[in-house]
Design a protein around this ligand. Structure first.
Ligand SMILES: *Cc1c(COP(=O)(O)O)cnc(C)c1O
Length: 400
């Protein structure tokens, strides 16, 4: 890295840059909803959205208590299921993929299944149709985890509207942000009403939480620029990496308690003003990604995730699968400590997080483990300009 660029920290995902003008009471606003989603409920986080979704479904089918999730996903999903007192059932992923192994999913669904959670990772889409077939055959529901897929579409319809319920995340690092936040959506009016009623029943105003989140969003507005991020995000990250603590470096260590509260109007409006810039930003990310995909694909043995037929995903970062764990680790050892946006998604398959007490009796999760061991991510932030992106690919090539 050149000396000047080494002072500019590229965040691991392409967040929409916040502006102080978003805090000003005037200015255009647009609802905090992904493109093509006409109605949604704002929540205190993506995880809180999942909690409300699960509680709503449980009310509809009180005799069911099993939730099926991919064995490679965000630990917060497991924490939400545990919070609801439901039983987590891990389904292995397909070989070389983050999505369910289709046969394993079909075999796991039964009349105790409450919900199946297909997960759209890194802006790429999962096969919701297959999850629906397996769920419906057993009278279960489908919740789409679209936390990383704001704006992604399948056959021209937004993710989150293909299953029964979908949720999106407004957390830092996921795109548009209210520091923490989430959006719940549902295709059918009756389900939307059920979600709304559950939210009214469960959520209260919590002045303390709202104040904290507002301050955090303000710090984020102050610090989300390349030089400041080097101190606020890069320095602690590099410290964790030096200690060999990948879970700390990528922020995979979550609290087991989930703050459930309403989002205040002021913070919502800050997000709504930022959301006005989203369509143009998303278009920039998309064209940058499509331009860079061929460069990434040209690297020997590297698989780059792109859109499956009929899908038009979002582009927060590139998800890459390397030929083996030693090769992946060699690349990460060479690049992860540089401020150039090379990182990992979730560090482990769910049963392998020591802090997370996931009961995974007899769970077959070998593909998910292999996926966790061979993937890495490259930021699609516009701050990774063409020159630095070429430096990254050149260094990767040398390390391969
Ligand atoms: C971030 C994330 C969540 C949780 O969203 P929060 O807004 O952080 O609570 C759930 N699932 C996936 C796949 C995620 O990446």
């Amino acid at each position: 890295m050149s000396r000047v660029s080494a002072l500019r920290e590229v965040p691991p995902t392409a967040g929409l840059p916040p502006r102080w003008s978003d805090w000003w009471p005037t200015g255009t606003r647009t609802p905090l909803l992904p493109p093509g989603v006409e109605s949604g409920l704002l929540q205190s986080s993506g995880t809180a959205s999942l909690v409300i979704a699960l509680e709503t479904l449980r009310q509809l089918k009180p005799d069911r208590h099993v939730v099926i999730v991919p064995a490679y996903t965000c630990p917060l999903v497991a924490i939400a299921v545990a919070h609801c007192g439901l039983e987590l059932r891990l389904c292995d992923t397909a070989r070389d993929h983050f999505d369910f192994d289709p046969d394993a999913l079909a075999a796991l669904c039964d009349n105790r299944t409450l919900a199946v959670i297909p997960t759209h990772l890194g802006g790429r889409t999962a096969d919701v149709a297959h999850s629906l077939v397996c769920a419906r055959a057993n009278g279960a529901y489908v919740i789409e985890d679209a936390a990383q897929a704001w704006g992604a579409q399948i056959n021209g319809r937004s993710v989150g509207l293909h299953g029964d319920i979908g949720f999106f995340s407004l957390a830092v690092g996921k795109g548009i942000t209210t520091y923490e936040g989430g959006v719940l959506a549902a295709r059918e009016t009756s389900m939307r009403e059920g979600l709304r009623a559950m939210r009214e029943r469960v959520l209260e105003r919590r002045l303390g939480w709202e104040l904290l989140r507002t301050l955090q969003l303000a710090s984020y507005t102050a610090l989300y620029r390349p030089a400041a991020l080097r101190v606020a995000y890069g320095a602690p990250r590099r410290r964790a990496l030096r200690a060999g603590d990948w879970i700390g470096a990528v922020g995979d260590a979550f609290s087991m308690t989930i703050p459930l509260h309403r989002v205040g109007a002021w913070r919502r409006r800050v997000g709504e003003r930022a959301a006005v810039r989203w369509p143009a930003f998303a278009a920039t990310l998309r064209s940058q990604a499509l331009r860079r995909l061929p460069q990434l694909r040209a690297m020997p043995g590297v698989q780059v995730f792109a859109d499956s037929p009929g899908a038009e995903g979002a582009w927060p970062f590139f998800l890459l699968l390397l030929p083996s764990q030693p090769v992946r680790d060699r690349v990460l050892n060479g690049l992860a400590a540089s401020p150039c946006g090379v990182s990992r998604l979730f560090v482990e398959a769910l049963p392998d997080y020591a802090y997370l007490t996931v009961r995974a009796e007899n769970a077959q999760v070998s593909h998910a483990r292999d996926f966790a061991a061979r993937t890495l991510t490259i930021s699609n932030s516009p701050w990774l300009d063409d020159a630095r992106f070429s430096e990254v690919t050149a260094r990767m090539r040398a390390l391969l």
